[in-house]
Design a protein around this ligand. Sequence first.
Ligand code: GLN
Length: 275
Amino acid sequence: MAQENSGATQDAPKETADMAPSGSGAAESRPIDVVSLYAHDMNIYGDSGNVLAIEKRLRLYGYEPVVHLYNPGDHWPQHVDLVLGGGGQDSGQRTIQEDFLQHDEILRRLAKQGVPMLMICGLYQLFGKYFQTVSGDRIPGIGVFDAVTIGKKARLIGNVVECSRDFGIIVGYENHSGQTFLHGDTKPLATVSKGKGNNLDDSFEGARVGNVIGTYMHGSLLPKNPRIADFLIARAAEHRYSLFEPRMSQEGRHELDLLDRTAREARDVAQQRPR
Ligand code: GLN
């Protein structure tokens, strides 16, 4: 995994494709700073695979991923183009709570600036207003989503297939006690055709506000749903360089084709699997 690059700063002049030497063959570095949020405590059912998928595809598109593993107490990176967060036990959510609330403002500001984010399950819940656990204690969230989550006795567990207006069919796996209810301007990510999704009352799954996606879909999600990966990458490149401009070698194209073919096969199998 790439190490933190302290040379990339928030104040660095924005580089655009026009400034790039086109066709010169010069190896120009185009960093994209990716924050992997709380991977120590919030990372189950393969969620860290999302970071690997983003890293891989960024490289194939000719960008240089700089992955910042951010855990409680760490130094917050100076430049952020993309944020990825995973799921966790209620105990993990409590562990990160204090540090998370200290980063409330910066995360909300980045979200407003259009920085793409993908939050799975436990962090999806905490991007809402709060998560009230089965035992009744309330873990406050940062309110990027107008949503509340209430822990119930019945866990919602199993494979999920859902349909999204923006991303087509999404496949994944859910395992949560919290049931999430959306309000106001926060729209669902998708409508579930197999599985439960946000709650037992409606058929919605996940949430979307601007370029921020919240979802219960573990998986890993992104290797099997490359449309979402490419959405996040394009928005991250636009945030950093004002446009998304893939620069791919012939081998890179072949590798991407292979990845996408493998994803299609995995998706076909996933859709046939029992709940
Ligand atoms: N602890 C939360 C719940 O059970 C989140 C679980 C998860 O991230 N898979 O609802």
